[in-house]
Design a protein around this ligand. Structure first.
Ligand SMILES: *Cc1c(COP(=O)(O)O)cnc(C)c1O
Length: 792
């Protein structure tokens, strides 16, 4: 390892050890680790080709990866060796780890799920490729100025990405626009714009290096890099015009995963990466097979939400226009290859494109969608339409072109059947299935929480890392006082680590003995961060009114970004920061109640906050959170959940036991009913003096001195609309928080409940989720059991 690092430093970076920066050392370490990754990766690919094994193609607009050094070293079993080698070279492993920028090619849960799935596919030895976009600028960086979010462009690629291999030879033409002619019994698409898609490959190595898969991200290149004629005329801008246009396609990640921008560029991005991926997988198939009609035997294509739903028409287009299949046959074959994962019921998040826009960018695909529509209507008269009121509905398209459609938690899947796709479900009663989300235990316990991970391994061995159900064995320890004390010592260690970080980065002192109550996720009204901050104000009021009531000290920790155009979400951020300014500086309560909101929540921050949490806030309006995965990370790391019966909370509660979960709030069904009453919010708030008082304080400018009207719109909206039903759950939420206080006061009982959470979370490994997809959707398995034995 030491030699490898020095060799990379010298020959890869052209540096000698005495003149190397932290960046140089990190790159050298990364490349030394990458070499080892390659030694697992290439044999995996060879085996897959040799056995003509079926591959999974996971198409996702987002991969929220985070850092890779620590993860890669851990999966390769090389962490200690790297640490020791670096120490001999006078370098500190952890310092190098911290130097790596997050690869933030995603917004939140959906992108993080894709990253967890890649880890599990490799760990399970299932041949797979993740396909996405190599955004030049990932998710924006968040900062706070006067309590308000400002966005700065993110520049993860300003330093070289240590893990990727650029593949200039893997390049496809992606075309847009123009018109279609029909002659010789064929369609001929004459596009007016072409860009190249170029592959960038990152090896993804599973636990203990058993297997290696590929994350292939596409960047856009101009067909003509440079117009020399314009340049020679002195028109330098025109000379690089085509380059600039092509580059815009992979320039930025759209910073919003719940509303559609309606931008042509977004449609182009979706088609760009999907078309490149489909061309790539067909080319690969034809290397080892000669009958394209058997594509489904070698390729399972999974669509992570509707963003890549154009895969259906694109595959049909290639099968018909290039490979000469009949339309009906092509549609059937495409359907056998495709699966679609639905992630949301929120109507504003369902992708729809105006037909005129769609037809202008993808004229041939619009024709094919009409054929798909006609085939569907011929077979199932009255079926819901893909083309409706002048729109192309991507949800219906994805559903009709997939042989399986899955929801991401039991409750969400039921609601997909009952509401979103009820008519299609009646026609295709076996198509919708459930695959409850999961998280990779490698990143979300083993590496992010060494204190707890070490304790667990000491007690039950390290088999749990690749077989998380083994955590069940910890249930036997919930009555073991010595073990519980070690368990709480690990938590305490993580809380101190976080407290130190908060002190250093925010200059704020927090008490590691207080309850750490954490809500970190995208800021969205349905996730109800505003309910949390209103409850915080109510608690503060109560503390001031009854100073002698023996209050449990609390630190309320928030983290999360708002989409730049989402006004209410930004108001919620502003309010949290305003309330923090007042409450944190109140001498009467500052030792009892603190609010911490570090800017720029990302994967790396999650890895520090989650192990330090006592209480996990999962308080969405029932029926709105499809699954959640943050909820799983917390419970796995020994936090108790305060939550509604929403998404995977329902299943988490079943697995950890109702007595170890702070449940409150209306059910999805009750919410749907209550919301029908006009004026429900006003009527409810009038009956809650506690909520009324809080709203009045906000409206009077208690938290915005000198700007009393700042939150008038916000407060008025709660009284008059309250679409996300904060009013309906508020009092119950407040009371349940006090039950949590009470429980936290009994530290031994709390420790047993927390350990029961960890012990019960084994089912939520993304390894289990991927096994479900492999069995129920993809019909794939590990490529080569013997290889697994040999290298494992
Ligand atoms: C897990 C994760 C999410 C998803 O969190 P939810 O609470 O499920 O919304 C979002 N962002 C990051 C950085 C994550 O690690």
């Amino acid at each position: 390892m030491k030699d490898a690092i020095l060799a990379h430093l010298r020959y890869g970076l052209g540096k000698d050890a005495s003149h190397s920066s932290v960046y140089d050392w990190r790159m050298a370490l990364s490349h030394a680790l990458r070499d080892r990754a390659v030694d697992h990766w290439i044999p995996s690919t060879q085996t897959t080709y040799a056995r003509k094994a079926k591959r999974v193609y996971y198409l996702s607009m987002e991969f929220l990866i985070g850092r890779l050094v620590e993860d890669m070293a851990a999966n390769l079993g090389a962490t200690e060796e790297a640490r020791a080698a670096l120490a001999e070279l006078g370098q500190d492993f952890d310092t190098l780890v911290r130097d790596e920028p997050d690869a933030a090619l995603g917004n939140g849960g959906l992108g993080r799920l894709a990253a967890c799935f890649m880890d599990s596919l490799a760990t399970l030895g299932i041949p797979a490729m993740g396909y996405g976009i190599r955004y030049e600028h990932g998710l924006f960086e968040q900062d706070f100025v006067d309590g308000q979010q400002i966005e700065k462009p993110e520049t993860w690629l300003s330093q070289k990405h240590a893990w990727e291999f650029e593949r200039p030879e893997v390049q496809y033409s992606i075309t847009f626009g123009g018109h279609v002619e029909h002659h010789d019994g064929r369609a001929h698409w004459h596009p007016h714009e072409t860009v190249f898609a170029t592959a960038h490959d990152t090896p993804v190595i599973g636990w203990q290096g058993r297997w290696g898969n590929t994350l292939r991200l596409w960047s856009a290149q101009p067909v003509k890099i440079f117009d020399l004629a314009s340049f020679n005329r002195g028109d330098y801008l025109a000379a690089s015009r085509s380059e600039a246009l092509a580059r815009t396609i992979c320039r930025v990640l759209y910073p919003d995963d719940t509303t559609e921008t309606g931008k042509e560029l977004r449609l182009k991005q979706e088609y760009f990466f999907t078309a490149a991926s489909i061309q790539d997988l067909i080319r690969r198939f034809l290397v080892t097979h000669d009958d394209i009609r058997r594509l489904d035997e070698a390729a399972a294509i999974q669509l992570n939400d509707t963003h890549p739903a154009i895969a259906g028409p694109e595959l049909v287009r290639l099968l018909v226009d290039v490979h000469g299949l009949g339309m009906g046959e092509a549609i059937d074959l495409a359907r056998r290859c495709l699966g679609y994962t639905n992630h949301t019921l929120l109507p504003e998040a369902l992708e729809r494109w105006p037909e005129w826009l769609f037809g202008r960018v993808l004229p041939r695909h619009l024709e094919i969608i009409r054929e798909i529509e006609a085939t569907q209507q011929a077979e199932f008269a009255g079926s819901p339409r893909i083309l409706d009121h002048g729109n192309v509905q991507m949800g219906e398209l994805a559903f009709i072109m997939a042989h399986k459609v899955n929801g991401v938690s039991a409750l969400h899947t039921d609601l997909v059947k009952q509401t979103l796709f009820s008519d299609l479900h009646r026609i295709h009663p076996t198509r919708i299935i459930n695959q409850t989300n999961g998280i990779t235990p490698r990143r979300w316990l083993h590496t992010c929480n060494p204190a707890l991970s070490g304790l667990i391994t000491g007690a039950i061995g390290d088999g749990w890392v690749a077989d998380l159900e083994q955590l069940k064995a910890l249930k036997g320890k919930t009555g073991d006082a010595a073990f519980l004390s070690d368990f709480m010592a690990a938590k305490r260690h993580n809380k101190e680590r976080l407290s130190n970080w908060v002190q250093q980065t925010l200059g704020q002192s927090i008490d590691p003995d207080a309850m750490f109550d954490v809500q970190i996720k995208r800021i969205h009204e349905y996730k109800r961060q505003h309910m949390n901050i209103l409850e915080t104000i109510a608690l503060w009021n109560e503390m001031k009114a009854n100073p002698g009531a023996g209050w449990q000290p609390r630190v309320k920790i928030f983290g999360g970004k708002a989409a730049p155009g989402y006004h209410v979400a930004k108001e919620i951020i502003h309010l949290i920061n305003d309330v923090a300014t007042v409450i944190n500086n109140d001498p009467a309560t500052k030792d009892l109640l603190q609010i911490v909101y570090p800017p720029n929540y990302n994967v790396t921050m999650a890895e520090m906050l989650i192990p330090a949490a006592d209480l996990s806030e999962q308080i969405s309006t029932a029926g709105k959170e499809a699954s959640g995965t943050g909820n799983m990370k917390f419970a796995l790391n020994g936090a108790l959940t305060i939550g509604t019966l929403d998404g995977a909370n329902v299943e988490i509660r079943e697995h950890v036991g109702a007595e170890n979960f702070f449940l409150f709030g209306l059910t999805a069904q009750e919410i749907m009913e209550a919301r029908k009453q006009p004026g429900f919010a006003r009527a409810t708030i009038e009956k809650s003096p506690r909520m009324q008082r809080v709203l009045q304080q906000i409206a009077e400018g208690r938290f915005s001195p000198g700007d009393a009207s700042r939150y008038h719109g916000f407060v008025g909206n709660l009284w008059d609309h309250d679409y996300f039903c904060v009013s309906l759950d508020f009092d119950n939420y407040y009371d349940t928080q006090r039950r949590a206080d009470e429980a936290f006061g009994h530290r031994d009982a709390w420790a047993a409940m927390a350990l029961t959470n960890t012990a019960g979370m084994g089912w939520f490994s993304s390894d289990r989720t991927i096994q479900g997809y492999a069995r129920d959707i993809w019909d794939v398995g590990p490529a080569d059991a013997k290889t697994l034995e040999k290298t494992g």
